[in-house]
Design a binder for this molecule. Structure first.
Ligand SMILES: CC(C)(COP(=O)(O)OP(=O)(O)OC[C@H]1O[C@@H](n2cnc3c(N)ncnc32)[C@H](O)[C@@H]1OP(=O)(O)O)[C@@H](O)C(=O)NCCC(=O)NCCS
Length: 171
């Protein structure tokens, strides 16, 4: 199992549509970590937006600097998506620095664990010294993904009536 994190480009337009369709076909309308790819049918606009959001000079004034990556396998198929928010404002403090999703047909193969592991390197290279990760307590695969990457429990909170927790990963 070998995956890489790649920045979205126009070349991934059709693959991204196929990736998104799989979530919808599986009854999942939310794609965590996708920076609203789940909410738009316009890949070109999404690409401009996420590209602008990678730089402090061009980030949407209502947002924080964020890197978004596709996780691709050896045949360049998109297996997952993950984002890195460089800072956490008051609104984001309960969302943490990263969100991620693996396409339904590719789950339980270790991809999320590897995606987060690769993202820790990206974050360290960007100068971050620690990350906060949020997970709903009953989201066992997500909690395990975080703990396997060194996440240490920090605090619990309630999110939309559900119990969730924040973990800290020191880079
Ligand atoms: C959470 C998610 C990203 C995990 O992806 P994944 O690629 O299946 O995760 P991994 O294969 O790396 O598995 C991580 C651990 O969780 C376990 N796991 C995976 N799916 C599981 C499930 N449905 N139930 C229980 N454990 C599960 C794995 O066995 C592994 O633990 P192990 O090494 O002790 O065996 C994926 O389920 C997903 O996309 N869910 C929807 C989006 C989401 O919830 N994102 C997280 C919130 S930001």
């Amino acid at each position: 199992m070998k995956i890489s994190l790649v920045r979205p480009t126009m070349e991934y337009k059709d693959k991204a549509a196929d990736f998104k369709r799989e979530f919808l076909d599986n009854g999942e309308s939310i794609i965590n970590g996708s920076e609203l790819l789940d909410k738009t049918d316009n890949y070109d606009e999404w690409l401009v937006s996420i590209t602008n959001n990678t730089r402090v000079e061009t980030v949407n004034p209502n947002w924080v600097v964020t890197d978004t990556f596709f996780a691709v396998d050896e045949s360049d198929r998109i297996v997952g998506i993950i984002d890195l928010r460089h800072t956490l404002n008051g609104f984001l403090k309960d969302f943490g620095n990263c969100g991620y999703s693996v396409r339904p047909s590719e789950r339980k193969k270790g991809y999320a664990t590897e995606m987060l592991r690769l993202m820790l390197g990206v974050a360290a290279n960007a100068g971050l010294s620690e990350l906060r990760l949020a997970a709903e307590r009953d989201n066992e695969p997500s909690v395990k993904t975080i703990i396997k990457n060194g996440g240490k429990y920090e605090r619990g909170f309630e999110h939309e009536g559900k119990q969730a927790d924040i973990y800290r990963i020191v880079l």
